[in-house]
Design a protein around this ligand. Sequence first.
Ligand SMILES: Nc1ncnc2c1ncn2[C@@H]1O[C@H](COP(=O)(O)OP(=O)(O)O)[C@@H](O)[C@H]1O
Ligand SMILES: [Mg+2]
Length: 299
Amino acid sequence: MSGLTVARRLDWDEEESYFHSESDIKLRVDNVTKEFYVKGFGKAPDQTTVIALDGLTLEVKRGEFLVLLGPSGCGKTTLLDMFAGLSFPTSGSISIDGQPIKEPGLDRGIVFQQYALFPWLTTFENVEFVLANNNAPKKERVKKVKELIKMVGLEGFENHYPYQLSGGMKQRAAIARTLTFDPEILLMDEPFGALDSQIRELLQQELLHIRDQTGKSILFITHSIEEAVYLADRVAVLTARPGKIKQIIDVPISRRERLESEDIRSDPLFSETRHLLWTLLRDEMSKSQEIKEGKAHED
Ligand SMILES: Nc1ncnc2c1ncn2[C@@H]1O[C@H](COP(=O)(O)OP(=O)(O)O)[C@@H](O)[C@H]1O
Ligand SMILES: [Mg+2]
């Protein structure tokens, strides 16, 4: 394993010092396996079992930005759905603050790749939606919504409908809406995957600012190595399906450096980390390709 590390900068240890005890663990999956039972049809009527995750163990610490990086189909969304309380493990346990996750809750905000906005509501109304349904007083609500719209850089677009917004703007609105109920944890499933690269980089930068301002714990899914290095305190690399942890990498770039550097992507530590992740992922990508090709031969 010695070849698979990157140099550390000194001030990184200062930042890690608040991750100490059991109570600093926000989310935990312990030895989780998830199987799907797929009904056959036509010439292959038998039920088949898809093992999406196999004995996966992982923790997300309080205030941490953890990125899950893995090839397509390795079970990333399956894991996020379980953290969201939308599905449950076949075996193993999954918990938030030490309590088993049994249902969705406002302590977890989710941002999907598709912009989950209501097309018939304006930006303001979309962001206000959850608060309006919570019967929060109108004055407070308006103040909060205005603050959040400003935080995500959508001032001036309050009265636009989703069809009048670009992809990046829709995703900003979706992030603002998730922040309205002040969840402790953000679960983000390839939220910038559909955006072009410049807008994507801008939103990545703004997400780091939002994290800095709000201190939220973030579990972020991507299959982009570059995005993982730019955002993550730690990157958990998953194996090809059935997904389990291949390796967890500490990204040796401080939060301050990311926020203040003009071009952190050209930093040698950035390239080193990217290369390390690429090496880890390359093997898994080829395995995942083999799984697909194998399947094609069977068909
Ligand atoms: N509801 C489901 N029924 C059957 N198979 C599923 C279901 N959800 C996911 N899968 C399978 O589980 C595996 C992991 O899927 P997913 O978590 O969506 O992968 P990822 O998000 O990493 O691309 C895939 O092989 C997928 O086809
Ligand atoms: Mg997915």
